[in-house]
Design a protein around this ligand. Structure first.
Ligand SMILES: [Zn+2]
Length: 402
């Protein structure tokens, strides 16, 4: 008679969650949209209350201090730089000040903050069967160069090391190139698009012509429609409205978060951040896609690390853990490990990350209402939208370009 016992044992939980649900409904945070020049913003206070996380705003021109792993949310007035879940993350639009309040664009709440803070709540993270590994450059295209070698060779070596790691975790792995030859970028994307339940992970190393001291990791996913890329300095939304977005933007951002936290958590290189770009391979892929920059070949110390095969194996391992965490999102429905969790794990014995999640779920309806289901669930965004919503339009249907 196991069944009745089981049914009864569920009741107290159902009752408890009803009571809990009721109290949360009363305490639910209301979104207060602030219009600035016709664009929608939310205050940092509002965002902080919604997520029940402390949020700091650093004055304009100040630098975010280097040790950020324990800070959940931090913004810089007048800047797109932010810390989300302890990792540097780049907003689409700068934080602005009005009437003593720091304001963040609604686009960034939907496209940046929500998927980076809670990648496990991104809908439609489907089953991942195939990982398409893309070693950047190849053949005549050497990529960046250091005294130890070329980017094309280091990138290929990393994906060669990563392939058996992923296969051991049960993934099917497809490589866009297996040797030293150039594969056109559209072909790389086609390989990903034609694979079943695939994600696309491109591996590169960085270089800087102007700054020989530039170091660190960064990761890119495709720039949302209507937004500038991280490297674009001029902010004119008109110029970006014509650019299409990605139908899997939230998934790609979640993939960025999973891989980037693992990279930073396992290897203590400088945190350049989670960024956006309209690179061809990101634009042409229809599946969740990221491009990793695993350090600078133009910097003395980092170029030496990159030339070390054991370090590259460590890099491959960290990317593998990130991919595995992404795959687990729809199964575990729990926050993936973040940089602070990995660092704790390496300092002491492995520990289960302690995260406070449970009470958030009931409040989510208000977020969906605000940013629009479409922002979080995938939806084709190839149709350019008008910039002025009708006054009666709900937030759901209004364009989210600030
Ligand atoms: Zn490259």
């Amino acid at each position: 008679m196991a069944l009745p016992v089981k049914r009864w044992s569920i009741l107290p939980f159902a009752f408890a969650s009803l009571v809990l649900g009721g109290s949360i409904a009363i305490a639910a945070v209301e979104w207060q949209v602030i219009k600035v020049n016709g664009h929608d913003y939310l205050s940092v206070d509002n965002i902080s209350k919604f997520y029940q996380l402390p949020a700091d705003v650093v004055p304009s021109g100040a630098k975010i201090q280097n040790e950020t792993a324990n800070r959940p949310l931090e913004f810089v007035s007048g800047s797109r730089e932010a810390i989300i879940n302890g990792a540097r993350s780049w907003l689409c639009f700068p934080v602005i000040e009005q009437n003593g309040k720091s304001l963040v664009s609604r686009t960034d709440l939907a496209k940046t903050i929500e998927p980076l803070l809670r990648p496990h709540r991104v809908a439609d993270v489907g089953k991942v069967q195939t990982v398409v590994l893309d070693a950047g450059h190849g053949g005549y295209d050497k990529g960046q160069l250091s005294r130890y070698g070329a980017e094309k060779d280091f990138a290929l070596d990393v994906v060669r090391k990563l392939r058996p790691i992923l296969q051991a975790k049960g993934f099917r792995v497809v490589m866009t190139r297996e040797g030293d030859y150039f594969v056109p970028l559209e072909v790389r994307a086609q390989i990903a698009n034609s694979a079943r339940n695939s994600i696309f992970v491109s591996v590169h190393f960085n270089g800087s012509g102007d700054d020989p001291n530039a170091t660190g990791f960064e990761i890119f996913s495709f720039t949302p429609r209507g937004a500038p890329s991280t490297s674009d300095s001029a902010i004119s939304s008109k110029a970006y409205n014509a650019q299409p977005g990605s139908t899997v933007d939230a998934q790609s951002t979640a993939l960025s978060a999973c891989i980037y936290h693992s990279l930073l958590g396992h290897i203590p290189e400088y945190d350049r951040g989670i960024k956006r770009a309209r690179f061809a391979v990101l634009r042409l892929t229809k599946v969740p896609a990221v491009l990793i920059e695993g350090g600078f070949l133009t910097e003395r110390g980092e170029s030496k690390l990159i030339s070390n095969k054991d370090w590259r194996a460590k890099l491959a391992g960290a990317i593998g853990v990130g991919i595995e965490n992404y795959q687990a999102l729809p199964i575990k429905k729990q926050p993936p490990m973040i940089v602070a969790d990995y660092r704790r794990e390496t300092k002491s014995a492995p520990v289960e990350p302690v995260r406070h999640e449970g009470s958030m779920k009931e409040a989510d309806a208000s977020l969906l209402q605000l940013v629009g289901r479409s922002a979080l669930l995938s939806q084709p965004q190839t149709q350019p939208q008008t910039s002025t919503p009708a006054p009666t339009a709900s937030l759901e249907t209004a364009p989210i370009v600030p």
